[in-house]
Design a protein around this ligand. Structure first.
Ligand code: FAD
Length: 397
């Protein structure tokens, strides 16, 4: 461990834990403070794409993720709602590497937590206040605990309490959609393509399926428009009959899967315009606290992992005496343009998936050409980019 700085991370979700692993990997001392009594994630799937998997593998998580991930590749396709094939979904980066897993959210969270010393994770710590001066930063928790650090990372999600210490808070905007999500045992779907990410696109709705947990479970998500705002809560139990009714008459593969659904969760979709600032002195926003995005490119957590990787590279320079304020400013300059681009592209992709086109042929052509966008996401190497930004300025990392 370097004699350098100590970093406090508020929020023990995928973003906060990935940042902690990235920082420790570079010899930086970290403590994570999570409000819940236990680290937890809901029973739903998430994609880990090449852009973040290459970073997690470098941090030493390759084997742990391979044990619980489900390889995604063969048979990945986009369809119209009736099952007509529109195009293939790219599942490799430009080098041909199929670095893509469907994962149970709890599995990736556990893999990240297992890579950290238990003593560095403080559950039951709800952060309620932040202050800073030229000597350091101070966090106050609801349980009365106070923590001091050189840097604070706010990884406290879309409703971040620390955001107001950086920028005038911008309210999350309801996107008018509800995502119904759940998992089905793969045994109940013997005819299902084991490695496939499949997306059906209909009028104002879409449905997707991909494998998780080594292919033992099939994850499904149905995106349905609503007139009333849906709470952004994983614990909300969705109505499986309403879900099935929303996709009546679609490809029999979709309706057949929905016949097997017993329970599901729902989740309101929220977006936010890019924030004007991510950093104030010793405090930096990360993940959904900085850039919540619609899930139509599956990049929210992947971008959070990129954020943590960049921070680790840049903060490592503080061990050689560089100021933390300077490292954090550099972090914002590196990350904000990319995540703003991904936020905008996720919104556009949602329009494609929901067939918001006068000419569906035009939509189908864009979908068929989406490999170009996916390549630009998958090929990105944030560690390399952060190191290059330092060497351009003659800073050694
Ligand atoms: P969160 O996961 O929200 O974690 C924040 C943590 O901070 C929580 O544990 C919370 O308890 C804690 N916290 C909050 N306030 C405090 C406080 N005051 N003190 C202490 N702790 C606090 N992303 C992908 O990359 N791939 C996908 O396939 C994908 N699919 C998605 C599908 C849907 C339907 C949705 C809605 C999202 C999807 N996402 C996906 C996005 C992804 O889920 C989020 O971007 C990601 O989980 C954000 O992680 P985070 O750590 O920044 O925030």
């Amino acid at each position: 461990m370097s004699k350098g700085i100590h970093v406090a991370i508020v929020g023990g979700g995928i973003g906060g834990l990935a940042a902690a692993v990235a920082l420790r990997h570079r010899g930086i001392s970290v403590a994570v403070y999570e409000q819940s009594g236990v680290l937890r994630e809901v029973g739903a799937g998430i994609f880990v794409y090449p852009n973040s998997l290459r970073q997690l593998e470098r941090m030493g998580l390759g084997d742990a993720l391979a044990r619980v991930g489900a390889k995604v590749g063969a048979g990945s396709e986009y369809y119209r709602m009736d099952g007509t094939v529109v195009g293939k979904i790219l599942t490799t980066d430009s080098s041909g590497w199929s670095g893509m897993y469907g994962m149970h959210r709890a599995d990736i969270l556990k893999a990240l937590a297992d890579a950290l010393p238990p003593s560095s994770i403080h559950t039951g710590h709800r952060c309620v206040d932040f202050s800073q001066d030229e000597h350091g930063a101070r966090l106050v928790f609801e349980n009365g605990h106070v923590a001091n650090a050189d840097v604070v990372i706010a990884a406290d999600g879309i409703n971040s309490v620390l955001q107001k210490h950086v920028v005038e808070p911008s309210a999350p905007e309801y996107a008018g959609f509800r995502a119904y999500r759940g998992l089905i045992s793969a045994d109940k779907l013997p005819e299902w393509r084991r490695e496939a990410h499949q997306v059906w696109m209909g009028d104002g709705k879409h449905f997707m399926v991909f494998p998780v947990r080594g292919g033992e479970l099939v994850n499904y998500v149905g995106f349905v428009p609503t007139t009333s705002e849906t709470a952004e809560s994983w614990s909300a139990i969705g109505d499986r009959d309403e879900l099935a009714a929303s996709f009546t008459g679609w490809d029999p593969r979709v309706t057949g899967l929905l016949d097997k659904v017993e329970t599901c969760f729902w989740w309101g979709l929220y977006d936010r315009k890019p924030l004007g600032q991510w950093v104030n002195g010793r405090l930096a926003l990360l993940g959904d606290a900085a850039h919540p995005m619609l899930p139509h490119l599956g990049q929210g957590a992947n971008q959070a992992i990129e954020d943590g990787t960049a921070l680790a590279v840049l903060l490592q320079t503080c061990a050689e005496g560089r100021s933390v304020e300077d490292a954090l400013r550099r972090y914002e300059a590196l990350r904000r343009p990319r995540t703003s681009m991904v936020q905008a592209e996720a919104r556009k992709n949602g329009m494609r998936y929901d067939s918001k086109y006068a000419d569906l042929g035009q939509r189908d052509r864009e979908i068929a050409n989406s490999a170009t966008l996916r390549k630009s996401l998958y090929d990105h190497d944030i560690e390399k980019e952060a190191l290059e930004s330092l060497s351009l300025d003659g800073v050694s990392a």
